[in-house]
Design a binder for this molecule. Sequence first.
Ligand code: MN
Length: 324
Amino acid sequence: MSTTPTIKAILTKISGAGRILVASHEGPDGDAIASTLALANALREAGKQVVAYNVDGVPEALDFLPGARELVSTLDGSFDLGFVLDAGELRRAGPQVAERCRALINIDHHPHSEPFGEINWVDEGASATGAMIYRLLSAAEIAISREVAVCIYTAILADTGSFRYSNADPEAFRIAAAMVEKGVSPWDIASGMYENQAAKRLQLLAKVLQTLTVSSCGRLGSVAVTEAMLRETGAGPEHTDGFVNYPRSIRGVEVALFFRQVKDQAFKVGFRSKGRVDVGSLARALGGGGHHNAAGAVVDGDLEEVRASVIAKVEALLGPEVEV
Ligand SMILES: [Mn+2]
C-alpha cells in the first residue's frame, strides 16, 4: 500500500492530536456508520482518545456493528481533530462538529465533495469511504482487529449493494477478502444487515407495494408511503429505506420514484435511475439535489397531484420509446 502525501499529512495530524472526533452525515447509511466505527475503533485500539458521533445515531439495522453502543449523538467539550466521513458537505454532519473541532479532515468518495477540511481526501474512484479507511489504516501500519474488519467489510458491502453495483471494483473484493481473512463472517454480516428487520417494516412494505404504478411505456415505476401508513403500522421514515428498489427492480424500468409524505401537503420524492436519465438535474429543477443516478426533492401537493406532475416530468425526460 503506497502512502500518498495526503495520507501522510492525515497520519501526522492524528499523531499530534489528543481528543479526536469521528463523524459522518445525518440520516446515515451503512458506509457512513461503518466507516465511522472502523476509524474510531482502530484509533481507540491504537491508544487514542476518540469519540464516535452521528447527529442521528445508529440506525437499528446497523446496531450489530462493534462500537455501535459507544457512538453518541450529543457532544461535550472540544476536539483537537475532527474527521468528517462520507458526508459531501459539512452541513450534513450537524452544526456542532465544526464548532467543537480545532481542525477538520474530510474523507469522502462523493463527486463534488466540498473542500471544508484542513485536509480534504476525496477519491471518487473509491467504492466506499470504508475502503479509504482501510487504505489509511494500512498506511499507518495499524493492525486491523476483527472488530475493525467487521466495520470495513460492512461499509463496502453497503455501498456496493452487496457487491452488485458498478463500483464493486477489484479493490472492494480485495479488501473484502482481506477482512474475511481477519475473521469476518460474511453470513453474520449479511444476516445482521438484511435478516434483522423489524416486523413493522414488512407490514409497511405490504401497504407500500399496493401503491405500485408502472407507466404505460414500462420504463417508469413508483411507490408511495403516506403518514397514515406509518401510523397504521407503527413504522417510521427510517423503515422506508430501500423501498425504491422495488419499482427499480422491475424488468424494463429505467427510472424509479419513491414518494414519502413529509407534511399534510408535501411529499419527498426519491429518484433512482438505472443510468440513461439524469435524475439529478430533474431533482435540482424541483429545488432538490443529488447525482445522475440518485436524487431527491420535496414537492408540495397531495399524493395524486405530486405523483402526476413528477411522473409527467420524468416521462418527458425518458422521451419517445426508441425502437431497437
Ligand atoms: Mn459512501
